[in-house]
Design a binder for this molecule. Structure first.
Ligand code: PLP
Length: 398
């Protein structure tokens, strides 16, 4: 059985003085003993030699290595944000005139990048229902370079059939790029056939909502392309992660398996209770979720179905009142983002997915009254449920 968390655990790094946490390389630049060596490194990468921290920094490399082990990719690169990881990946793959086929239910910032910014560079994106493989195939032509999706989508929690998308990508010689932000450890897209995995580490991987960071897990060849000093988008667009942050994320990565289990157990508990109350709930751990069986067939064992769920209250005003009351009752915070140790809730239609026009949101089933929950690590989730029930009853939602 593939066990991504044991693979992270088995990655031992010894610091300069045998430190169990490797020393942070607090340096933007690195010395050379001879000018010839410097010239050599500008010509090609040399294992263990560093040039400049926008290119590579040893601390960033430790984190990247651990992430590559987690995703079972040959290599990885860390970035200043999830968006830096996504934009540098797609700009590395596509030239002007190229096209991408992308899921329409994706994070709003990614949607805006695809819809508004990439066309300015001559890159066209076709948005599709990623669950409809015929539709995906119908948009591919000889200019297509990539298929893009999220393994578990934001915010509707649809599941991408990665093995079948990978077959389509392979036949057409495209890169399948998967954003695995919602399901680290749970889904391993590269093992299922994807070429590249991107992450917003701002979320579950870091887990403490104290920084913004991203990652790209891919082949050695692709990571070399990203960091090429003459043509690499990671190198030249400059979305580099600070080494101090890389060090703190690496420490948090080692407790990711415990956190994912607890997030998942708490989310399943709440989703089941909401279902019993007759509420409309999107959670892939419920057998009623249309792709529950698909997720079961794709997921690694032992981490549950994830900490994200969406409750459809139907009406925006009511959803806003519910979130305000839940914050007063200390259920968690009315805040965007996810993967924090406390519960976070937000109305995606009016926040993280507001970049998607209303008519498109309606077409994809993103209701005005949707409340997205990133369920926290609460020790007593029954007590949390009682608090939410009180709010629901007060507002006559149940
Ligand atoms: N991918 C997903 C699924 C997200 O939810 C987000 C942010 O919410 C991003 C990417 C972007 O990440 P970042 O905010 O770290 O740039």
């Amino acid at each position: 059985m593939f066990d991504p968390s044991s693979r992270i655990q088995d990655y031992l790094v010894f610091g300069e003085f045998g430190d169990v946490n490797p020393s942070i390389t607090d340096s933007s630049t690195f010395t050379f003993m001879t000018p010839e060596r410097m010239e050599e490194l500008f010509e090609h990468e040399i294992e263990g030699c560093f040039l400049y921290s926008r290119h590579w920094n040893p601390t960033n490399k430790f984190l990247a290595n651990a992430l590559a082990r987690m995703e079972d990719s040959e290599s990885a690169q860390v970035a200043a944000s999830g968006m830096a990881a996504i934009s540098s990946t797609l700009l590395q793959i596509c030239d002007a005139g190229d096209e991408i086929v992308a899921a329409h239910t994706i994070y709003g910032g990614t949607y805006a990048l695809f819809k508004n910014l990439l066309p300015r560079f001559g890159i066209k994106v076709h948005f599709v229902d990623i669950r409809n493989l015929d539709e995906v195939a119908s948009k591919i032509n000889d200019r297509t370079k990539a298929i893009y999706c999220e393994s578990v989508s934001n915010p509707l929690l649809e599941i991408a059939d990665i093995p079948r998308l990978a077959s389509i990508a392979k036949v057409n010689r495209l890169k399948l790029v998967v954003d695995n932000t919602f399901s680290p450890l749970i889904v391993s897209p590269i093992r299922l056939g994807a070429d590249i995995v991107v992450h917003s580490m701002t979320k579950f991987i870091n887990g403490t909502s104290d920084c913004v960071a991203g990652a790209v897990c891919a082949s050695d060849d692709f990571v070399h392309k990203l960091t090429d000093i003459n043509s690499g988008t990671a190198m030249l667009l400059g979305g580099v992660l600070d080494a101090t942050r890389a060090a703190s994320i690496l420490k948090n990565l080692h407790s990711l398996h415990l956190r994912m289990r607890q997030h998942s157990a708490n989310a399943l508990f709440l989703a089941e209770r909401f279902k019993e109350m007759g509420l409309r709930i999107h959670y892939p751990g419920l057998p009623e979720h249309p792709q529950h069986e698909l997720l079961r067939s794709l997921m690694n064992e032992g981490y549950g179905y994830g900490g994200m769920m969406a409750l459809d209250i139907g009406d925006l005003t009511l959803a806003n009142q519910l979130m305000t009351r839940m914050q007063q009752e200390k259920v968690g915070y009315l805040a965007v983002s996810l993967g924090y140790f406390k519960t976070l809730f937000s109305p995606p239609g009016h926040s993280t997915s507001s970049e998607i026009p209303k008519e498109e949101r309606d077409a994809m089933g993103l209701s005005e009254g949707l409340v997205r929950f990133s369920v926290g690590l609460d020790n007593d989730i029954e007590h949390t449920f009682e608090r939410i029930s009180l709010c629901l009853r007060e507002l006559k939602i149940v």
